[in-house]
Design a protein around this ligand. Structure first.
Ligand code: M6R
Length: 646
């Protein structure tokens, strides 16, 4: 949550910041701001509200020329989404600017101390204390007797560019006084952060650091050096990419990056291979990212399967860093995830238990470590996360590791925090997903988890060659089946049009159809703001059926999964109480269709693989209802793509 960006060594720094913020908007859109460092001082513009980026562009017309600056797009945690709370935040002297993504847990205590020391804090955010802490340490390093920089001595102003600090307190060789001030400041901070700091006293230098929250560095010919929360912001600008380990501090100057560890000793950033390209991060003729990403699903599934289904009928997963021997030792799998990733995990439970015969728990990541789970070295904890940064899932994986379990993550972002911390990683290959609603990454997760389930089954000797061959062939068919489902967007939109004014929708399913129903309900509620709840269809009669009254809308996943007949009986129960019924049904299945006012047709496939196909019309239904109601499908209210707070 929150997107941050910084650039130095580019004459068009401001344009790159604004363009980068456009691309980072999916991380938050409550407000936006930029700050530019020049010899003459720090220039800042901020704006809040749903048009914050457009408004910021207007304000930026008055900006001075600058080769370095920082920018931020906010998802509000502490403090209302107002301009006063928008980043960048400035210190008391107005010369230091800072953008932050994360949470400062001890912000209140630090703020009390800073205010007592004479600092003036002007926002409700936790982030603002950071810039004042940097100011205080910079003041100390530069010999300001107040140690705050706020007492009017102008400690941070008028310092010659690149000036060296007093050697008794100075930074490590290659690092600057600003780098040292940042290091000292962050030692005092509890919580998670990615931070970029600019200072007009050294106007072409930016200092960036991270703990838990993600940060990517980039360099390009001509000396441009940049940093951002996510790779998409730098695509087409950076030629080479790096990441920082927790606590490392990077100083970006035109033509180079100096990295130190938290104590100031020289360190190295880690090179990052980036396979994504700029086109993938653009709408490419689609009206929004969500429709583009739905259309890309066949490719996302094909890419995720590529090279993993071998001609000899086995699954090739040598890459995952957890050996077949280790997988043979596993006596329990625990899947931890949030949101759409959690729904993918629920489907995977069916596949792993059925094919590999290993017991599987699926936990909502934010609850997992608080329920005192029983784990040991024979447990495999699998984190499922598109971003690989969701803090709840990251902490759940860490908890697994701390209790001695083996850990694996299924994620879409190479070298994400989870990918780095887990014992093993299985990447989905969906390309960058910009729409806040997960679509193609969800399908890619389903595909990757099916592959993992088959791999587990094979290494544990649970699948004979003939059955494995059939399942692998079924997997290989998925991209074309998904493509057939994707192609029916028009027909789904017609059904959605009929129900565009609906306010309550019940999604029901059984077996793997239940997680599909959950995902359909989540899609609808998050982008159209229609109340949508999912129930296991057999559970309706234990309470929820009391909510069914004439004309209530029930959407049922009624494809030919093992409990299809029982599901139809549950559909009859709501029909007899006057509900309108929309069914997801297999092509040509008139026996099912006769129960419905409208049918969303999908091609049929192996039951355990069917969620990849069956969920597509539910994504399209949600999309069409949202559009018919004028919703911004890429930027649903109150949401952010990557949730890096608990
Ligand atoms: O990046 P992650 O997969 O860990 O994110 C988990 C959820 O926040 C995410 O799936 C969310 O529910 C989706 N954006 C919903 O469409």
């Amino acid at each position: 949550m929150c997107g941050i960006i910084g650039v130095t060594g580019r004459a068009d720094a401001l344009e790159m910041l604004l363009d980068g913020l456009d691309r980072l908007e999916y991380r938050g859109y409550d407000s936006a701001g930029v700050a530019l460092s020049t010899e003459a001082g720090t220039w800042r513009a901020r704006s809040a509200g749903s048009r914050s980026l457009a408004d910021l562009r207007k304000l930026a017309e008055a900006a001075p020329p600058a080769a370095a600056g920082i920018g931020h797009t906010r998802w509000a945690t502490h403090g209302h989404p107002t301009e006063a709370n928008a980043h960048p935040h400035l210190d008391c002297t107005g010369s230091i600017a800072l953008v932050h993504n994360g949470i400062v847990e001890n912000a209140a205590a630090i703020a009390t101390r800073l205010v007592a020391g004479g600092h003036r804090l002007t926002s409700e955010t936790d982030s603002e204390v950071l810039v004042h802490l940097v100011e205080a340490h910079l003041g100390e390093l530069l010999g300001d007797p107040t140690g705050s920089g706020a007492a009017g001595t102008g400690s941070s102003r008028g310092v010659p560019r690149g000036s060296e600090p007093d050697t008794a307190h100075g930074p490590a060789p290659g690092s600057s006084v600003l780098g040292e001030a940042v290091r000292r400041a962050l030692v005092e901070v509890r919580g998670s952060f990615a931070v970029v700091v600019a200072w007009s006293g050294d106007p072409t230098r930016l200092v960036a650091t991270r703990r838990v929250s993600p940060l990517v560095l980039g360099t390009a010919a001509g000396g441009a050096v940049m940093v951002a929360s996510d790779v998409p912001a730098l695509l087409g600008r950076a030629e080479r990419f790096w990441t920082l380990d927790d606590g490392q501090v990077a100083e970006l100057v035109p033509g180079g990056i100096v990295v130190t560890d938290v104590a100031g000793a020289p360190a190295q950033a880690r090179p990052l291979e980036v396979a994504w390209n700029l086109e993938q991060a653009r709408k490419g003729g689609f009206p929004d990212f969500m429709s583009k990403e739905i259309a890309e699903q066949p490719q996302a599934v094909a890419d995720t399967l590529a090279g993993r289904l071998t001609a000899d009928g086995t699954v090739g997963l040598d890459e995952i860093r957890v050996s077949p021997d280790e997988l043979r030792q596993v006596d329990k799998v625990v899947l931890v995830a949030c949101g759409s990733s959690y729904h993918a995990a629920l489907v995977a439970k069916f596949a792993i238990e059925h094919w590999a015969r290993v017991p599987v728990d699926v936990d909502i990541a934010s609850e997992f470590r608080y329920r005192d789970p029983i784990l040991d070295p024979r447990t495999l904890v699998v984190g499922v996360s598109q971003s690989g940064e969701t803090v709840d899932t990251l902490q759940a994986v860490r908890h697994g590791r701390d209790l001695g379990a083996r850990t694996l993550v299924v994620c879409n972002v190479v070298d994400s925090s989870m990918a780095r911390e887990a014992d093993g990683v299985l990447y989905t290959r969906a390309g960058p997903e910009i729409g806040v609603a997960a679509t193609k990454t969800h399908l890619a997760q389903l595909a990757a988890l099916q592959v993992l389930a088959l791999h587990l089954a094979q290494v544990r000797g649970r699948l004979d060659t003939e059955r494995a061959g059939r399942l692998l062939a079924g997997l290989a068919d998925l991209p074309s089946l998904v493509a057939r489902a994707v192609d029916r967007a028009g027909a789904v939109a017609e059904v959605a049009q009929r129900y565009r004014s609906v306010r309550d929708v019940f999604f029901i399913g059984r077996h793997v159809g239940y997680p599909v129903a959950m995902e359909g309900a989540l899609k609808l509620k998050e982008i159209s703001y229609v109340r949508a709840e999912a129930y296991p269809a057999g559970e309706l009669k234990h309470g929820p059926i009391a909510l069914i009254e004439p004309d209530a809308l029930v959407v049922a996943v009624a494809t030919r999964t093992p409990l299809w007949e029982k599901l139809l009986a549950n559909v009859e129960e709501v029909r007899s109480r006057g509900a309108q019924v929309v069914l997801v049904a297999n092509d040509g299945d008139e026996e099912t269709a006769r129960l419905a006012q409208a049918v969303l047709w999908v091609p049929r496939c192996e039951a355990l693989l069917s969620p990849l196909v069956d969920v597509v019309p539910l994504q399209q239904f949600a999309y069409a209802v949202a559009r018919a109601n004028g919703r911004d499908v890429d930027r649903p209210r109150n949401l952010a793509k990557t949730v890096t707070v608990e």
